[in-house]
Write a new protein. Structure first.
Length: 242
């Protein structure tokens, strides 16, 4: 895609706990600073039994998007379909998720759809009983995807597999490093070199704990113009960060 991304955009990851939520918040903050109306939709939130804040709550705290919605919540910290089954609750239907995102797209310039875990995690069931994934949601919406990945060892394989799965589905995609270490080692620099052709951003480790005001003022510096940031020279960024 050329130019800043608009409409629905999927935020997925190579795994769980790679930084999808804080990347979602950073994109939301940068886009709102650029004057866009932003909504964040979380199709399914799991692990809610303890009453802890969910991912949309975290995004709201850091970026305060115009709209934040969670479509389905399940108590156990499992993949959404498994969490629904264990709790004996109805799983989320794909059409419900699609309709909700399109509803927000009619009222906002950018709708960030944060997945759960990785790209092919089972989210719910098709009417015929087959599981659907956030990859299916991206296809149904006809939207691009931001793939959040780790900086360290193993990330090249995981990222390549995720990008290949998206490419096979004709889903345009780019990559954001969810947590760039404060003291990067050789492996991190080597991985960055290989990721740069697909890279749309890199967030410093610990950004989720920032003061929200500082986070919002800083977010555009972590992202490229496709995601409403100002980062346009990775060599200069690497020299500054090191």
């Amino acid at each position: 895609m050329t130019g800043p991304w608009r409409g629905p955009v999927l935020v997925t990851g190579t795994d769980t706990d790679v930084g999808k939520t804080v990347v979602t918040a950073a994109i939301a903050a940068a886009a709102q600073a650029a004057g866009l109306r932003v909504a964040v939709v979380k199709p399914a939130q799991t692990g809610t039994a303890g009453g802890e804040p969910g991912d949309v709550d975290a995004v709201n705290r850091l970026a305060a998007p115009l709209t934040g919605r969670t479509l389905a919540s399940f108590p156990d910290p499992l993949a959404p379909l498994a969490a629904a089954r264990v709790a004996q609750l109805e799983p989320l239907e794909l059409d419900t998720a699609v309709d909700a995102v399109r509803e927000e797209a009619d009222k906002h310039d950018l709708v960030l759809v944060e997945g759960a875990g990785g790209l092919l995690v089972p989210m719910g069931l098709w009417p015929e009983g087959k599981p659907w994934t956030v990859a299916d949601l991206a296809v149904a919406l006809g939207c691009p995807a931001v793939v959040v990945t780790r900086a360290g060892l193993g990330t090249l394989n995981h990222t390549a597999l995720t990008l290949e799965a998206l490419e096979r589905r004709a889903v345009p995609a780019g990559v954001v490093v969810g947590a760039w270490p404060a003291a990067p080692e050789l492996v991190h620099w080597a991985n960055l070199t290989d990721l740069v052709p697909n890279l749309l951003g890199a967030l410093p480790a610990g950004t989720g704990a920032m003061d929200p005001g500082v986070f919002r003022r800083s977010a555009s510096g972590w992202l490229t113009p496709a995601l409403y940031g100002v980062l346009d020279d990775w060599r200069a960024w690497a020299e500054e960060i090191s």
